[in-house]
Design a protein around this ligand. Structure first.
Ligand SMILES: [Zn+2]
Length: 221
């Protein structure tokens, strides 16, 4: 294994972050060092990803950015600090070509996954907020009101804790957990998204303006 492969194989972004003084909580979340962050927005395991500023990459990118180094320099620093052994032999042009192709494939996959997980999280957060809003706004106000319960109030009661569970699992989950959640709840997210859009469209037709607070949140997309 060459330097880059060996470092990425043996040191996670999370381990490097902790070693270089970043506090990572038990959910694998940390205050992002790459933007003015007040709550932990960065998820760290093998790689890192900030849900607020979008900073993303592997352990080498993380250390390079943290210390303002080039990637090669960062990889050598990690190898030295963590005692990572690597071979110094040069790869043949064919190997280098294959490695580059593989890297591009991985990069494309990773980008797809990142944008899928951002959308997934955003949709369920928006939905969760909407349910809160509905619970407040459409709660029956008098004792007789319980005979005619607003469907939005009912939906809020039925779904809130389940959506909390999805969001908590997402925030506390590893990359694999998140992939599992997307596989399990991706269809629901897509149908919620269609509902949001449909609702936006109808409301705009009716009022000629954006969100009036009664339906799904108006979102800029
Ligand atoms: Zn950030």
């Amino acid at each position: 294994m060459n330097l880059f492969e060996a470092v990425k194989d043996q040191v996670t972004a999370r381990a490097a972050a902790e070693r270089y003084g970043i506090r990572v909580n038990r959910y694998g979340m940390a205050v992002c060092p790459f933007h003015p962050d007040r709550n932990p927005s960065m998820k760290l395991d093998r790689r890192f990803h900030c849900f607020a500023c979008g900073a993303d990459g592997d352990v080498i990118n993380f250390v390079a950015r943290l210390f303002g180094m080039k990637n090669g320099e960062a990889a050598r620093k990690i190898a030295a600090d963590f005692g990572v052994a690597y071979s110094r032999s040069r790869a043949s042009p064919a190997q280098m070509y294959q490695a580059r192709k593989q890297k591009n494939r991985e990069k494309i996959q990773q980008e797809r996954f990142n944008s899928a997980q951002r959308r997934f999280f955003q949709i369920f957060c928006d939905y969760r907020q909407t349910l809160d809003e509905w619970e407040r706004r459409y709660a029956p106000t008098d004792p007789d009101g319980w005979d005619h319960i607003d469907p939005r109030f009912e939906e809020a009661l039925q779904n809130k804790s389940r959506i909390d569970y999805i969001l908590d699992s997402f925030i506390g989950g590893s990359t694999e957990d998140i992939a599992g959640l997307i596989a399990q709840y991706g269809k629901e997210a897509a149908s919620l998204d269609r509902r949001f859009r449909e609702d936006d469209r109808r409301r705009q037709e009716k009022t000629g303006r954006g969100n009036d607070g009664h339906g799904f949140p108006g979102r800029s997309r």
